[in-house]
Design a protein around this ligand. Structure first.
Ligand SMILES: O=C(O)CCC(=O)C(=O)O
Ligand SMILES: [Fe+2]
Length: 190
């Protein structure tokens, strides 16, 4: 079965839509359980009107990716769940929102506990430190709000130019008919 990379940063992992998990698992999780929380926590960045997502599992091991460099997500709000397995080190770190210049950013390390989920703004810069043994697997859900990203692309900070696609694409929509097809942005960085 052909298999895509989870995103352009991680080399190892799996996209959950390729396993058919969107309709059965991720969409109900987002709508029923995550959006009530994100509405309260992140009303400033679309937490109350999330309407699509990109979900994937990332894998780190001694022979594969060890860490993830500092970045922001193609998301308004992100859920990151530590699935295990056994590993040492590999903490997450968080810094300021992407608008803060590199040389003024402060960093906080967060030890991620297996089974626990962590919500954060997608545009807050973050990364994962190298593991020093074992395997680290995380479920990542990049949640998106068309109402927010249709105004300005969160990856290039410009007005989106749209091309038609199937599925959620990168979460942009053409604000015409309610049932208009989903669109993907041409400069997508995922
Ligand atoms: O490995 C992690 O826990 C972070 C993954 C991440 O930040 C991402 O995929 O956007
Ligand atoms: Fe990320």
């Amino acid at each position: 079965m052909p298999k895509g990379r989870p995103n352009t940063m991680n080399n190892y992992g799996v996209l959950l839509n390729e396993l058919g998990f969107d309709e059965t698992f991720v969409t109900p999780l987002r709508e029923r359980f995550l959006q009530p929380l994100t509405s309260l926590l992140y009303p400033d960045c679309g937490g109350g009107c999330l309407d699509s997502h990109k979900a994937f599992v990332v894998k780190y091991s001694m022979q594969e990716d060890l860490d993830l460099s500092c970045h922001y997500d193609n998301a308004e709000v992100t859920l990151n769940v530590c699935l295990g397995k056994d590993f040492t080190d590999g903490s997450l770190y968080f810094s300021d929102m992407k608008q803060v210049p590199d040389n003024q950013r402060r960093y906080t390390e967060v030890k991620h506990v297996v089974t626990q989920g962590l919500l954060h703004r997608g545009q807050q810069t973050h990364g994962a430190l190298p593991i020093s043994s074992g395997e680290r697997w995380n479920l990542i859900i990049w949640m998106r709000s068309a109402a927010v990203r249709n105004q300005i692309c969160p990856m290039c900070d410009r007005e989106p130019e749209l091309v038609q696609t199937v599925g959620f694409g990168d979460g942009f929509t053409q604000e015409k008919a309610a049932n208009s097809p989903k669109m993907v942005e041409v400069c997508a960085i995922t």
